[in-house]
Design a protein around this ligand. Structure first.
Ligand code: HMH
Length: 207
């Protein structure tokens, strides 16, 4: 099987690096991230994950049934993640009933628009979104407390496995897709990469 997802990563390695390597994560690793920066990320990411969960629900609705296992596992993990975000917000005394910042709005709108795209494009975007956090939180190496549990959530071995399954499913869908749809999937990969970078920028330069 041709590994189209890997081809996207290789062809756009610079853009991918910008999506996954950011001073925000480096400052978590060094323990010098400021509460304002971290809390902005936390609240905005919670709002993001709500819309991301809706996206995954829509993907389930159009996926071939032999892809259900992986997508349902993803949804189950998102159920826990939403509860976990609320616990983190309580312990940090953050109000999750907040307004989305402009980058978060853009990302959520993009995920909403993905609903109109063919399954192979949605499967590619899904994989890209999860891989961005899997690699982003893993690449800095061991992140000290109190941020370790954040890096563990997306960087743990089980999550890495899950992302590999997402890649396989996207590759399988792309395999039989038209060249036009494959190009759309590449655009989705690039768009998600750009939004990921912008999301870190938003939190890092939190006003
Ligand atoms: C911005 N991208 C962003 N937030 C997340 N929680 C994920 C990806 C999950 O993989």
């Amino acid at each position: 099987m041709v590994n189209i997802c890997q081809q996207f990563l290789e062809k756009h390695s610079q853009i991918w690096q910008e999506a996954t390597v950011h001073p925000f994560l480096e400052h978590c690793k060094l323990g010098i991230i400021q509460p304002q920066q971290f809390n902005t990320w936390l609240v905005q990411d919670y709002l993001f994950v709500i819309d991301f969960t809706r996206l995954v629900g829509r993907i389930l609705a159009i996926a071939p049934s032999h892809h259900f296992d992986v997508i349902l596992a993803g949804l189950a993990a998102l159920k826990d993640e939403l509860i976990w975000f609320k616990e983190k917000a309580v312990s940090r005394q953050l109000n999750l009933d907040a307004q989305k910042q402009s980058v978060c709005i853009q990302y959520c709108e993009y995920m909403h628009n993905l609903a109109l795209m063919p399954y192979p494009v949605q499967a590619t975007a899904f994989w890209t979104i999860e891989l961005a956090y899997n690699q982003g939180w893993q690449l800095p190496g061991v992140i000290p407390e109190p941020y370790n549990e954040f890096s563990q959530r997306w960087g743990n071995a089980g999550f890495t496995e899950y992302v590999k399954h997402l890649e396989k499913q996207a590759d399988e869908a792309l395999q039989t897709a038209s060249v036009a749809i494959q190009h759309q999937a590449e655009e989705a990969f690039l768009k998600v990469s750009k939004l990921e970078k912008d999301f870190w920028q938003m939190a890092f330069y939190a006003a």
